[in-house]
Design a protein around this ligand. Structure first.
Ligand code: GLA
Length: 649
């Protein structure tokens, strides 16, 4: 079964609506809803007083209707009494401002009081509904760290110090890692260490980086505490929490991934090429679970309400978005939210049941999508095999986020998504993985922008290349160690040998400035004076310095770019490297083609046509869900999707 549904928030509606909701869910083919996510103030209206009657009735209605519950612990939104009774548990920002209730996630992640109250309500929910026939999976919290990723209060400061003691053991080691002899920051006592609160000028980069690591760990620790509690009470019910893969960068999702029974992630359309960003997010979500099928916990049927301009989806767009996620390994397609709210901060966010009711594009498309997913049930459990990987590390992004860098215009996430976009255009399905993960299954590894890399990560790429892989590394990668200390002796210190290049100085370009290349292209944002030691130079600046190099390394080769390329210039390099690695297909522009397969060999081709014209792709098998034979060529109408169970060649 492909799971289909969304967040159901019955507490926002009079009880008469609930039965109608379940009837509509059945009509739409909805088989699972997330429930109770923001219900804490209903479940525990007064501290210590629990009221479950209303949720009992909701879950009973779901069970009777054959709809599963992805039952939430309501801990993402403490009720008003919480902040009033325990003001010391409210989050504090870097400027010392306390953030109050009135929205959500108003708690300090390190607060023992918050943890105690959250675990108490989670335990009540778990004991109440353990064994309930609707209960299928736990939805722990909601989007950890979406609004309170870092807290700078005194409680957090003490927890940060404890985390640092654990990490470094001695103050000497911490002073060394953070380079505290710079600007007289040497610590003589653990108690002197603070979170990176507002300072007169640039804060210590090591301190900032470790605080971000600590903050991510604090949230992960909260997840683990709830998950362990739930596992004690309902050992057979899996648990997850909705990540925001590719959308939010404050938590190290590579550390969250292994802790979730199934990866769940949320995605909303953003940027100029929203479907490319969607693919990136889906590939990252899949990679966080080591390739296992994952849950798309939220996306939108149409507009969201939190962008400056909230674009509504055109007819067919929601279906393309959903099938893109499915193609990239999701076994569940869910939305925020079931019924569009009448009141509250998200009343202008689309839902599966819009304000205007059933006689609408949205409702018709919701029903059609439900029928389509029902007809694709056999796809569930199949997986995506990627031949290429993009390396990404949250710590690297955090380190580069320090304001004192050679340029603020070299933005790693923009580079990563731009490079990913070229691979997408070339039809290369990628995993998005941590630099220290097992790379042996890939033929191509691209490293668009990885300022920080550990020794282990650096050696990993060398090993991959030596074993016959092809690597493509972007500028300002491999520059610092895990403490954000420069790797000396010529940049990029981590990969000078692998790339056969040594860089003596960076020359960041001004806004709008371009550096012409002898091959006809041009770079922006960044340039550097590099010398090829063992690498062959494939393209140069007009001054003769290397712009693109290739170095043989063991059985493989490592390419390096010393500037940022875009458009066709970047495409040419990526295409050449893909060809050398033997990955990619002859992609039709705008026709996204991805495959999933079962271990028994059943294989599915997904084709999503993002263009306004009919497109074709080679395929043989039967079209799903209707079983029409496909003989050699599949035609996908403009804006449509097609799925084929392929006949084994
Ligand atoms: C997030 C949250 C939801 C809702 C949506 C709106 O994904 O989890 O509760 O706020 O954003 O897009």
């Amino acid at each position: 079964m492909i799971v289909y549904g969304g967040d159901w928030n019955p507490e926002q509606w009079p009880e008469e609506v609930w039965a109608e909701d379940v009837a509509l869910m059945r009509e739409a083919g909805v088989n699972r809803v997330s429930v109770g996510i923001f219900s804490w103030s209903r479940l525990e209206p007064v501290e210590g007083v629990f009221e479950f009657g209303w949720l009992d009735r909701c879950l009973d209605l779901l069970a009777a209707g054959g709809v599963q519950a992805c039952l939430a612990t309501p801990t993402a939104a403490p009720p008003p009494w919480f902040g009033h009774t325990y003001p010391e548990a409210l989050p504090v920002d870097a400027d010392g401002r306390t953030l109050h209730h009135g929205s959500r996630q108003a708690f300090c992640p390190s607060s023992p009081i918050y943890r105690e109250k959250a675990l108490r309500v989670a335990e009540q929910v778990a004991r109440r509904y353990a064994g309930h026939p609707a209960l299928a999976i736990w939805h722990v919290h909601n989007e950890y760290g979406c609004h309170n990723a870092r807290c700078y209060c005194d409680t957090s400061a003490a927890a940060f110090r404890a985390w640092l003691r654990e990490r470094y053991g001695t103050l000497e080691a911490l002073n060394d890692a953070w380079g505290t002899d710079f600007w007289s920051q040497r610590y003589g006592d653990w108690e002197q260490i603070l979170p990176p609160r507002a300072t007169p000028t640039f804060v210590n980069p090591g301190q900032q980086l470790d605080f971000r690591r600590f903050s991510s760990d604090a949230l992960l620790d909260l997840y683990r505490a709830e998950r362990d509690l739930l596992a004690e009470i309902t050992p057979d019910v899996p648990a997850t929490t909705n990540l925001m893969a590719g959308m939010h960068w404050d938590m190290d999702y590579f550390s969250f991934g292994p802790e979730l029974d199934v990866i769940a992630s949320d995605h909303y359309l953003i940027g100029d090429d929203p479907h490319v960003h969607l693919a990136f997010s889906a590939d990252l979500a899949r990679s966080l679970g080591g390739g296992r099928p994952w849950v798309l916990m939220e996306h939108s049927t149409s507009a969201v309400n939190w962008q400056g301009h909230n674009r509504a989806k055109r007819p067919g767009e929601m279906r393309r978005n959903s099938i893109q996620h499915l193609a990239r390994g999701a076994d569940a397609i869910m939305f925020f939210q079931w019924r569009a709210s009448r009141a509250g901060a998200e009343k202008w966010h689309s839902g599966m049941v819009p304000h205007a009711g059933k006689d609408t594009k949205i409702w018709r498309e919701v029903v059609e999508l439900g029928a389509l997913l029902k007809g694709l049930a056999e796809v569930a459990g199949s997986t995506v095999a990627a031949e290429a990987a993009v390396l990404l590390d949250y710590a690297s992004i955090w380190a580069q986020d320090h304001p004192a860098q050679p340029t603020s215009n070299l933005r790693p996430l923009e580079v990563v998504t731009e490079w990913y976009g070229k691979l997408w255009e070339l039809g290369v399905t990628c995993d998005v993985v941590h630099p220290e993960s097992d790379l042996s299954g890939y033929r191509l590894v691209v490293v668009p922008s990885l300022y920080l890399v550990s020794d282990a990560g650096a050696a990993n790429l060398e090993r991959f290349t030596a074993a016959g892989g092809v690597a493509l590394v972007g500028p300002y990668s491999g520059i610092v160690d895990e403490h954000d200390r420069v790797r000396l002796g010529g940049y990029p210190g981590a990969w000078r040998d692998l790339l056969g290049v040594t860089v003596e100085e960076f020359f960041p370009l001004a806004a709008g400035e371009r550096v012409e290349l002898s091959g006809g292209g041009a770079g922006t944002v960044w340039s550097e004076v590099a010398h090829a030691t063992t690498a062959k130079v494939l393209d140069t600046y007009l001054t003769g310095e290397p712009a693109w190099t290739r170095n043989t390394w063991g059985e493989g080769a490592a390419h390096y770019l010393t500037t940022l390329l875009h458009g066709d210039d970047l495409r040419r390099v990526v295409a050449e490297v893909c060809a050398e690695a033997g990955v990619g297909t002859s992609a039709t522009p705008g026709l996204e083609v991805v495959r999933r397969a079962h271990p028994d060999g059943r294989r599915y081709l997904f084709a999503i046509n993002h263009t306004g014209a009919e497109a074709t792709v080679a395929a043989t098998g039967v079209a799903l869900p209707d079983g029409t034979p496909v003989e050699g060529r599949l035609t996908v109408p403009a804006g449509a999707v097609a799925i084929v169970r392929e006949t084994a060649p």
